[in-house]
Design a protein around this ligand. Structure first.
Ligand code: AHR
Length: 658
């Protein structure tokens, strides 16, 4: 009998504990707004890494179109048997520093020789059935004689699209000519043959192939599916062009925006620094053609309603590489680049750079409001150079906010030194980076709770939860990483009075050409998909609200107690309350959400749920939606919402208020 009683008491106690453990009471105070959410809070970080631009979002299908790679025929293969000496020559034209090389074709005796070139594309070319392809060249000839026969071929060598071009002008000057043809099949790894028929001599440069279905159907434009994924996020800003690419391995390979604007044949190509960065991921054919240059970045920002945030070199090459420095006395050229960039973006069309913008098709200003000086630079050399930029920029353009880097990580000596120096200097926005473990993200949801409310704003400029070694095969865009980020981001949202911008990094990766993992969006030559991390970013960006309101769980600010994280915002224009809850525990919960407000609540709540079967689940090209948000609705009782919360799940509740 006594034994039975002990067992019964034990059972009741266990049940009571379980009840206490799994029932959580949330309180949201809608009438007590704490802070404004910056309208451009959630954005994207763009860098040409992992074939992000060339071979990625920039839709050019020909690799090494102007023969300017270090090996002039890289990406090209000569076609034909017993090709006579001198039939295909790469020549260098003096006086053209930007694009010196071109190809000379000399052909005798029509029909006797079979002469051509094959381009392999960027890990092949993604070709779609029935789509139009635009083939163009720059050519020069004294006399007509050589005709071009172009063929798209599939991986078996079968022709899946072809066209003929007869260069028309014969005056010894360079001309552009284009033909279009349709593809008859879909093929992810096509190649392009260019056969030379007839006889004579012809010079060729800028051999180019673009699909018709670019973003906004712009000729020579961007891959629409990749841009669409960005547009769907409704990003508040685009940071470009990086990243370490801004700094360069050495100063000569730094990003120079002036070399990326104007006619594309005059944009001087350089090696991509990610070409050689990682020994285990060498990418010898990775160059920056700048077909996606600063004009196109501004245009893209405008297209998708994002504030442009260009980052410029501060006079220092990457400190992980050469750390080459521009002496302070010689910094003027760099500072001038920043001034000229503001003129290019915002200046009147009568100004030198405003005029170029207008000539490129955009007389209206791009409304640039902020500019970043330096990326992941550190030490006193950075501070000295930044001071020089700041003085001139503040004098000339006081309305432009300056974004400055606090180095490579979220803590430690480098960070402390820079954070102190930048605050002392009165920098507008401090750019913090953290590539850390999922555990770090889970433990740091309260990172900004104690930040100075009067100091500079924080831009969480590059972050990602790394489940393994950076740039390793095992570093996955898994739910394990994404849910840790979702938990951490509740802390950014709660502190929206301090944190004004945030972006995951890097943005894109090609499945056959990546250097760095993890990445927000993965693509192959034909398809693109968002990772679980993408869905987290998108859910925050598309549910950002306008005002932060307080939320407590069992009387406490939820920063990970029992695995619970939460934040809440109100959208004053949409008249909506938006609550975000992350359960990072293996326990399901019964949540009672008490909503305090004087006004009325709708009777239904829209619920968005993001979760996976397993923490290690990932999306892939073949299963792009394995981890994707699911929507449903729950009835509300008065001002209480009762919700079942699954283990390891991210919820958003949206309810109309008035
Ligand atoms: O996002 C990849 C790289 O990480 C960026 O180029 C750099 O800023 C950081 O180290």
């Amino acid at each position: 009998m006594i034994r039975k009683c002990i067992i019964a008491v034990g059972l009741v106690t266990w049940l009571l504990n379980l009840e206490a453990q799994t029932k959580k009471t949330f309180t949201v105070d809608v009438d007590q707004p704490m802070a404004k959410v910056s309208p451009n809070m959630w954005g994207v970080f763009f860098e040409d890494i992992n074939l992000g631009a060339d071979g990625g979002i920039y839709a050019e299908l020909i690799k090494n179109r102007s023969f300017e790679f270090a090996q002039p025929l890289m990406g090209w293969e000569k076609l034909g048997k017993d090709i006579p000496e001198g039939s295909l020559l790469v020549l260098n034209r003096p006086g053209n520093e930007q694009n010196p090389r071109f190809l000379r074709i000399k052909k005798h005796e029509e029909g006797k020789e079979n002469l051509g070139l094959r381009n392999e594309g960027f890990r092949g070319m993604g070709i779609k059935q029935n789509l139009r392809y635009d083939f163009s060249v720059l050519y020069r000839q004294e006399q007509q004689g050589i005709r071009l026969h172009v063929q798209l071929i599939d991986s078996l060598g079968q022709v899946i699209g072809e066209g003929q071009m007869e260069p028309e002008q014969a005056d010894g000057q360079w001309h552009k000519q284009q033909i279009s043809f349709q593809a008859t099949e879909t093929e992810p790894k096509a190649k392009l043959n260019v056969w030379f028929d007839g006889e004579g001599q012809l010079d060729l440069d800028m051999i180019s192939l673009f699909p018709e279905d670019t973003w906004k159907k712009r000729s020579g434009g961007l891959r629409a599916d990749m841009v669409q994924l960005l547009a769907d996020m409704k990003p508040g800003f685009i940071r470009f062009p990086g990243g370490c690419i801004v700094e360069g391995h050495e100063l000569s390979t730094r990003y120079q925006w002036k070399k990326t604007v104007g006619p594309i044949e005059d944009r001087q190509l350089i090696i991509n620094r990610w070409n050689t960065e990682f020994q285990h991921r060498l990418t010898p054919d990775y160059y920056q053609t700048f077909g996606l240059g600063f004009f196109e970045y501004f245009q893209l920002s405008e297209d998708i309603g994002a504030e442009p945030l260009p980052i410029l070199n501060c006079g220092m090459a990457c400190q992980f590489n050469t750390a080459e420095l521009v002496p302070l006395d010689d910094l003027d050229e760099y500072v001038q680049d920043a001034l000229d960039l503001i003129e290019f973006a915002n200046g009147d069309v009568q100004t030198k750079w405003g005029k170029l913008r207008a000539e490129m098709g955009h007389p209206e200003p791009f409304e640039l409001k902020m500019i970043g000086i330096g990326n992941e630079n550190w030490g006193p050399q950075y501070v000295e150079r930044l001071e020089a930029f700041k003085k001139t920029l503040n004098d000339r353009y006081p309305e432009i906010n300056i974004v400055a880097s606090s180095g490579t990580g979220p803590d430690g000596e480098r960070f402390e030194y820079l954070d102190t120096a930048l605050r002392k200097m009165g920098i507008d926005i401090i750019d913090e980076h953290y590539y850390q473990s999922p555990e770090w993200f889970l433990e740091n949801a309260a990172r900004y709770d104690d930040y100075d409310r009067q100091g500079p704003k924080i831009f969480a400029g590059e972050y990602a939860a790394h489940t393994d070694r950076t740039a390793g095969e095992g570093n996955k865009n898994s739910w394990r990483a994404a849910i840790a980020e979702a938990a951490f981001l509740t802390g950014l949202e709660r502190n929206a009075d301090v944190v004004s911008m945030a972006s995951y990094a890097p943005l894109f990766a090609h499945v056959d050409g990546w250097q760095w993992t993890p990445d927000l969006i993965w693509v192959d030559n034909l398809k693109a998909y968002g990772t679980p991390n993408y869905h987290v970013q998108k859910l925050y960006a598309t549910n950002k609200g306008t005002d932060v309101v307080p939320i407590k769980v069992d009387g406490e600010i939820p920063t990970g107690q029992n695995g619970i994280y939460a934040s809440a915002v109100v959208d004053q224009s949409a008249k909506q309350l938006i609550i975000k809850v992350v359960n990072h525990s293996d326990q399901a919960m019964n949540a009672e959400l008490n909503i305090k407000l004087k006004g009325k609540l709708a009777k239904q709540v829209d619920q968005i749920l993001l979760k996976a079967d397993l923490l290690d689940d990932v999306n892939t090209i073949d299963q792009p939606d394995k981890v994707a948000p699911k929507e449903s609705s729950i009835a509300i009782k008065g001002k209480k919402l009762f919700a079942n919360i699954d283990p390891y799940a991210f919820y958003i509740y949206k309810v109309a208020i008035n």
